[in-house]
Design a protein. Structure first.
Length: 270
């Protein structure tokens, strides 16, 4: 009782009081803010497991990170930097490129104005060792074709289903139609791997998740990772918070808190 903890839950965290199993709580390390704790678990567990458990990231390899300025993207960049001499390609809108370069992305690519596959091949004709794919649809096929021999594609989302403010039925149909499909025999000839990851379906894997969180807390305590907070919004501004993400303005995590941050309330009092 009274411990500061981070929690994992599949849904229902946009409220003041939540009830989660004790096995899904993790003590916050010394010096961590609640905002950082809210930004850590889902994104960093995802990024860690897809890069290291599936991707087997090693020194001198190359990685393509889509949505590189988002929550999982920024976590993946920081984790790549814990391995020696990893070359990072990252897709994001042009306004975010300087920030990405500062954080360690060697080659930021504007997916809106360029064909990212062509841009990657200009710099690395053979492609890359690992592609992190949160997009789905035809982008998964492009990712697979961008892999070097012995390369690994890890798909962990279908962001192409969402366009604008709500689910677009045409986008859903198109994404479904273009969904990547490959047989075991084709994989055999390609010398490539395809992996699928969804943290939401790992509820029962308590020991596995605990071991990952222990590694992440250790990296945080060493100063090697630090959740990047884009902005913090009180519950009554949830619409504006969502807009920040839908308009792709955020670099890092958009955080919801029950009440306005104290600095703002002090200003109001004055």
């Amino acid at each position: 009782v009274g411990d500061k903890v981070m929690v994992l839950a599949r849904s229902g965290l946009w409220q003041e009081v939540v009830n989660v199993p004790a096995s899904h709580t993790f003590p916050m390390p010394e010096g961590m803010s609640f905002e950082e704790a809210a930004a850590l678990l889902v994104n960093y567990i995802t990024a860690y497991m897809i890069l290291f458990d599936f991707g087997n990231l090693r020194p001198n390899q190359s990685v393509l990170i889509h949505m590189a300025a988002g929550g999982v993207g920024t976590a993946a960049i920081q984790l790549c930097k814990t391995v020696e001499n990893v070359t990072i390609f990252g897709t994001a809108s042009a306004s975010k490129h300087e920030t990405l370069k500062e954080s360690g992305v060697a080659h930021p690519i504007d997916y809106r104005t360029m064909d990212y596959a062509e841009e990657v091949r200009k710099i690395s004709p053979k492609g890359v060792d690992i592609v992190l794919d949160p997009l789905g649809g035809s982008d998964t096929s492009k990712a697979f074709n961008l892999l070097k021999p012995m390369g690994k594609l890890i798909t962990y989302g279908v962001a192409n289903l969402l366009t604008g403010q709500k689910k677009n039925l045409m986008a859903m149909a198109k994404t479904w139609w273009n969904q990547f499909s490959i047989t075991a025999l084709q994989l055999l000839h390609q010398n490539k791997a395809v992996c699928g990851y969804h943290l939401g379906y790992m509820d029962e894997e308590v020991e596995l998740l605990r071991s990952v969180v222990a590694k992440l807390v250790n990296l945080y305590s060493q100063g090697k990772i630090k959740p990047k907070i884009d902005s913090v919004w009180p519950f009554d501004q949830v619409a504006e918070a969502m807009k920040q993400m839908q308009e792709k303005k955020n670099v890092g995590k958009v955080i919801l808190v029950p009440e306005a941050p104290k600095k703002e309330s002090k200003k109001a009092e004055n």
